[in-house]
Design a protein around this ligand. Structure first.
Ligand code: HEC
Length: 142
């Protein structure tokens, strides 16, 4: 009785495996059949089916204040990232802006000459920076 039951279970499991294998094979065959070379649709037909549309994307630019250095900033500092990216930085002290501008030229290859750096730093400090804090008074150790 016990043996019969074990055999019945084994038979059912075997049947399941065979059924699964056959089902899987037919699935694969179906997928290879549908992978027949696709016929190309002529472009005229495509544009008829899906007419070309123009969309206009809004372009938001932060208002960069005029002043000395504006032209240089608006051309050389927006090549790799937006002016907004620069504007999103904290209000840096002059020292930090000088380091930033120098880093853009040295590390990232911003096309600015060393004599243009102070002009850019002045411009950045004027609208998004502050002067350096005065050096802490040295302690009198007399
Ligand atoms: C040649 C490409 C390039 C140019 C031109 C450029 N930058 Fe950058 N800038 C970068 C890259 C790259 C980063 C780093 C972005 C990141 O970390 O995801 C960066 C980051 C910054 C940051 C964020 C702080 C930091 O150090 O990561 C500031 C501020 C900045 N740039 C200012 C400027 C200014 C001012 C100029 C004009 C002098 C300038 N950038 C021109 C490539 C450039």
């Amino acid at each position: 009785m016990q043996t019969l039951r074990v055999l019945a279970v084994l038979f059912l499991v075997g049947l399941g495996i065979v059924a699964y294998a056959l089902w899987g094979r037919s699935g694969r065959e179906a997928s290879t059949a549908s992978a027949a070379p696709a016929r190309s649709i002529p472009i005229e037909l495509l544009t008829q089916m899906q007419p070309v549309k123009d969309i206009e994307l809004e372009y938001h630019q932060p208002d960069l204040p005029p002043g000395p250095g504006h032209e240089l900033f608006a051309t050389q500092c927006v090549i790799c990232h937006s002016p907004r990216y620069v504007l999103n930085q904290p209000i840096f002290p002059r020292k930090t802006w000088a380091t930033e501008v120098h880093k853009m030229a040295k590390a990232y290859g911003a096309p600015i000459t060393p004599d243009q750096e102070p002009l850019l730093v002045d411009y950045l400090v004027s609208w998004h920076g502050k002067e350096d804090a005065p050096a802490a008074p040295t302690q009198n150790t007399k």
